[in-house]
Design a protein. Sequence first.
Length: 188
Amino acid sequence: MRIVVGITGASGAIYGIKLLQQLKNMKIETHLILSKWARRTIELETEHTPDSLSQLADCCYEADDQAAPVSSGSFLHQGMVIVPCSMKTLSAVAHGYTDNLISRAADVTIKENRKLILVPRESPLSSIHLENMLKLASLGVTVMPPMPAFYHKPKTIEELVLHTIGRILDHLAIDHDISHRWTGLSHK
């Protein structure tokens, strides 16, 4: 299995990092694209560096490398996740504005009818954001804001993050046991 992961400069770099860690643990091939601002956000929000993230991926590409394999429909993969996804990137994808490798790879993923998951990290959402999300959803893109669930009684931020990562893996049809599933209420 091969997954493309784009990380943008939106707050929430930990989501992209945790996804890469889980995919590496599962021995799933990953192709990573970091935006310019993702590099900065990673340093501001986490103990990681862009170089340490490149160690988690099988292949890494610069955001301005439009000649990278992931920019072509002939590059086969089972899905792409942009996590976190800035509103700038979401807008670019919604309007086919492929000015960097992340938006180009997403555009190709859509045209090839492959799974694309966007994890937008913004609040509150404006009408423009919602219209762009609706447009993408109508094209079959999964728009998955990282909204925490509490039925599993999380005790740490990592548990909240892993719950979202589990949902991403579910939508990629990757079996996992990293997050709790709702099993309903016990009735006697």
